[in-house]
Design a protein around this ligand. Structure first.
Ligand SMILES: Cc1cc2nc3c(=O)[nH]c(=O)nc-3n(C[C@H](O)[C@H](O)[C@H](O)COP(=O)(O)OP(=O)(O)OC[C@H]3O[C@@H](n4cnc5c(N)ncnc54)[C@H](O)[C@@H]3O)c2cc1C
Length: 413
């Protein structure tokens, strides 16, 4: 690292969404920044991967209209609006259940959506609207945290509405099975999505790969504003970096901190996310870009043809732990194909399949989960990353917010 630049500026280690958010925030304020990333492309746990001459994502991602900071940064670095497909929150299942939040002022859009949900008895629809109103009245705050499944049971939400709406929302947002997931974190998500106004509950489905969606434009922005980005460079010695640079943001995954600063590494449990890509003949499509499945391993299927133009490619997502972790890749791909066929009718055999297993996709969001402070006992060293956000589950938005905060801390703000 250039000595003159380094002593004045900030080094950011890790170019995932958190590190990129930190680097953009610094570069925008004229702070010299060096972004160091061990991988060949930026993006971290949300990146483009090359496999068998194919470019895929390491896992299908969804953004929400509530991701305000990430959306602001995306605009700042010039990501075009059509990089995501924006649609009202709509959960449609192959089995017939359908819920759609209406574009009306909060909380009307969601309440009416619940009352009009298809595939639910009237009593459950009414009960779900009452549950949302009760949570709104208590400001989406619990006196003491408990598991999502206990919360649902207490409020009579563990019938079909739990099966088709609350439990899948919990697994998607917290990547943790409801039995072991923090109800408070779940309510924070409901507060900011279903109960907030201004299209916060919208779904934003990426139409480009995850490195192009934000990290690569962010790196271009950093370079254009006088910073430096170096991919393929692993930082192994924090003290050596500190000797060159007075301020450092460690934006690596929590388990990756062990090698760099063992004293700072928090001990968390982790949850996996598996994405199984099935390439069918080009004419195969889903009725909707995103379709729910509630009776097997597959939780959501995404039509990559409708989203990214990869015609005939269906991405099946399985979040959180489960029996699928014991299966081989071919066995899992066959199971996904079988489940699609059972739900959608006969499909030709896939031309190829590819399973990408992210075994430490996120930390497990257990009740009472504590987060580390972003300031550390090591002078000039700050933490960023999805696991540090005190309010949000580990998501792209949590990563972006943490990066911005770390940048402001590093500037003494
Ligand atoms: C399969 C999958 C699906 C997901 N789905 C969603 C979703 O739908 N919506 C959502 O909001 N979130 C989703 N998430 C979570 C989201 O991807 C993460 O919360 C987010 O990407 C974390 O970003 P981060 O910057 O905090 O960490 P990371 O992305 O882990 O970034 C850390 C970076 O540091 C680099 N690094 C590590 N050590 C070093 C070192 N010594 N030197 C240099 N570089 C180093 C790593 O290579 C990495 O690029 C999903 C995650 C996965 C894995």
């Amino acid at each position: 690292m250039d000595q003159g630049t380094a002593t004045k500026g900030v080094a950011v280690v890790g170019a995932g969404y958190a590190g990129c958010a930190a680097a953009v925030t610094l570069a925008a304020r004229g702070v010299p920044v060096t972004l160091l990333e061990s991988g060949p492309v930026p993006g971290g746990r949300a990146r483009r991967v090359k496999t068998r001459d194919l470019e895929l994502d390491n896992g299908q991602h969804i953004l929400s209209g509530a991701y305000s900071e990430l959306q602001r940064l995306m605009r700042q670095v010039g990501v075009p609006q059509d990089a995501v497909l924006r649609c009202p929150l709509e959960l449609r299942y192959a089995e017939g259940f359908a819920f759609r939040a209406l574009w009306l002022p909060a909380p009307l859009g969601v309440l009416l959506g619940l009352l009009l949900a298809r595939g639910l008895p009237a009593g459950e629809r009414l009960g779900a609207a009452r549950f949302m109103l009760a949570m709104r009245r208590c400001g989406f705050r619990l006196a003491a945290d408990l598991s999502v499944s206990d919360l649902l049971r207490r409020h009579g939400q563990d019938g079909r509405i739990g099966h088709y709406l609350w439990r899948p929302l919990c697994v998607s947002a917290l990547n943790t099975p409801p039995e072991g997931a923090s109800a408070q974190l779940f309510l924070n998500v409901l507060r900011d999505t279903l109960a907030a106004g201004d299209e916060a509950s919208d779904l934003l489905l990426p139409r480009t790969d995850l490195s192009r969606l934000f990290p690569e434009p962010a790196c271009d922005y950093v370079r254009a504003n006088g910073g430096e980005v170096r991919c393929g460079e692993t930082v192994r010695d924090l003290e050596a970096l500190r000797a060159q640079c007075a301020r450092i943001i460690l934006a690596v995954g929590p388990h990756q901190l062990k090698g760099l600063a063992p004293g700072l590494a928090p001990g968390y449990g982790y949850q996996p996310i598996y994405t199984c890509y099935l390439q069918y003949p080009k004419q195969v499509k889903l009725k909707f870009p995103m379709l729910g499945f509630a009776h097997g391993l597959v939780q959501w299927a995404f039509d990559r043809g409708a989203l990214t133009g990869e015609k005939g490619c269906i991405a099946c997502v399985i979040s959180a732990e489960g029996d699928h972790q014991q299966m081989g890749q071919d066995e899992l791909a066959q199971a996904c194909h079988r489940e699609l066929t059972e739900a959608l009718g006969a499909l030709p055999d896939p031309e190829w399949s590819q399973v990408i297993a992210e075994r430490r996709a996120t930390i497990a969001c257990a009740p009472g989960l504590s987060r580390p402070s972003q300031t550390t006992p090591i002078p000039g060293v700050f933490l960023a990353g999805d696991y540090t956000d005190p309010d949000y589950p580990p998501t792209l938005e949590a990563a972006a917010r943490s990066g911005i905060r770390a940048a402001l801390l590093a500037m003494g703000g």
